[in-house]
Design a protein around this ligand. Structure first.
Ligand code: HEM
Length: 443
């Protein structure tokens, strides 16, 4: 939300499910501190290069898997979840996790659980906090749902370990860090850099530094005034904010990538035009984010898939801090307000023939990429998504690299509208499968 009304809609509603800490569900001063610290840490000069390095590191594995499964039906989510998770880990820690690192397996399992979270899982969480609800909701405990507290606890364990390591690296004399940095199950893996897993001729990966001092995002966050003084409270905020990177980032980017590949598989003309563009610009060179302005059609395809796929259909809830007027409607103080991105993206007055996949909506008369004012997949205003730049880079590099090497075909003849989706906080295609084949016309 923008403007004066937006200022009064900054907080998340309190309620039985609200966590109150961190970025996604935090409110008031705590949220402001966390958001400022996160944005400051992400605005490092070398952010783009860091993201590119980690994405390319992961893409090698993805391209190899697709090559090995040429002509077969591939579950797209299974192939892309690793890169989505490890991009966040790599950004935070400064190095992505090597393929054989036990932390990688653990964070992947956790993220797969988070991706399965549905209403039943959230209701179970609420009933744990509110004993009165346990009996009426007891049937939930018999179904196979995601145990959010247990999943969050496992993720918090990993995050605590990475924070300890980052604090030790930031200040080696910090005895509290050394005390708590007890050896654990995965300490053996810590000495292993992902670059060790690479052989010559593969991606030339170097430790990702996010600024001139060679610091990772996590180290930069830990240097912010809010987090320098370690107290139980600051650590809870920090761990919850980092948890939100996974909760808010993994499934949404994964779902976005699935929608992009699905729409390109169902629209071969658009796919071929994008492939020609990629060939002309990148040839056989590494694909870089700096090439984005020369690939407006590819970006338009990604934007059109995000418009139609609508990864976060109802955004996240906001609450009115005071009574406000919006377009002649009076919203009483305390009202929960949800913005329907789904309706916005399908409004025929804003997008002609809204159900049609038409990338040219995102191109100006000169053929340059443009974002229509009503295209808002990442929300708007101060509560806008913190991961937008990250998701943009990921989706661009995943799509360009896959399209350069493969043709994509749908696994069945259903139209895009007929494919089944989960309409949870994150809107996701159910078990999307595609068939990847050798490029027929490559450069
Ligand atoms: C295609 C990918 C993504 C989409 C469509 C998306 C969309 C959104 C939307 C609609 C919101 C809510 C804005 C509001 O409350 O008004 C949001 C918030 C958020 N997103 Fe994303 N997101 C994506 C990727 C990511 C990534 C990669 C991260 C990881 C860093 C991330 C982390 C967050 C966080 C922490 C918030 C809460 C911000 C706040 O409350 O201040 N998202 N996202």
């Amino acid at each position: 939300m923008e403007g004066a009304a937006g200022e009064l809609l900054l907080d998340r509603p309190p309620g039985p499910g609200a966590i109150g800490e961190g970025l996604l569900f935090g409110s008031g001063e705590n949220w402001q501190k966390n958001k400022t610290a996160t944005l400051r840490a992400l605005h490092a000069a070398t952010f783009v290069q860091a993201m590119e390095d980690v994405v390319h590191f992961e893409l090698r594995e993805v391209l190899q898997t697709l090559q090995a499964k040429l002509g077969q039906k591939v579950m797209v989510g299974d192939v892309l979840i690793g890169p989505c998770v490890n991009s966040i880990v790599g950004l935070l820690k400064g190095d992505p996790l090597a393929m054989d690192d036990p932390d990688r397996r653990e964070v992947l399992l956790i993220s797969q659980n988070l991706a399965r979270c549905d209403l039943a899982s959230l209701l179970q969480l609420i009933s744990l906090k509110h004993p009165m609800l346990r009996l009426p909701l007891s049937f939930l405990f018999c179904t196979s749902i995601v145990n959010i507290p247990a999943t969050a606890k496992r993720l918090h364990g990993l995050l605590r370990k990475w924070i300890r390591e980052s604090r030790t690296e930031t200040d080696p004399s910090d005895s509290s860090c050394r005390e708590s940095a007890a050896p654990d199950a995965s300490s053996a893996s810590q000495e292993k850099s992902p670059s060790a897993a690479l052989t010559s001729g593969q991606w030339n990966f170097s430790k990702m530094s996010l600024n001139e001092e060679n610091e990772s995002t996590l180290q930069r966050i830990l240097k912010q005034p809010e987090f320098v003084k370690v107290t139980e409270k600051t650590d809870i905020e920090l761990i919850q904010s980092l948890t939100d990177f996974f909760f808010g980032g993994v499934t949404s980017t994964l779902s976005g990538a699935e929608f992009v590949l699905m729409y390109l598989s169902k629209n071969p003309d658009a796919r071929r035009t994008a492939q020609k563009e990629i060939d002309a610009v990148a040839g056989n060179e590494d694909i870089r984010w700096s090439m984005k302005d020369q690939m407006p059609f590819l970006r338009a395809c990604i934007a059109e898939a995000l418009r139609l796929g609508c990864v976060t259909p109802s955004s996240l809830p906001h609450v009115a801090l005071k009574e406000i007027q919006i377009e002649g409607y009076s919203i009483p103080e305390g009202t929960t307000v949800m913005a329907s991105i789904y309706s916005l993206h399908r409004d025929p007055e804003l997008f002609a023939e809204p159900e049609e996949f038409r990338p040219d909506r995102h191109l100006d008369s000169e053929g340059r990429f443009k974002q229509p004012h009503s295209y808002r997949p990442f929300g708007i205003g101060a509560r806008r998504c913190v991961g937008e730049a990250m998701a943009d880079i990921q989706l661009f590099l995943y799509t360009a690299s896959i399209l350069r090497q493969f043709d994509i075909e749908p696994a069945d003849s259903r139209s895009a509208q007929d494919l089944e989706t989960h309409m949870r906080i994150v809107h996701r295609l159910i078990d999307l499968q595609c068939v990847f084949t050798e490029r027929k016309n490559s450069c």
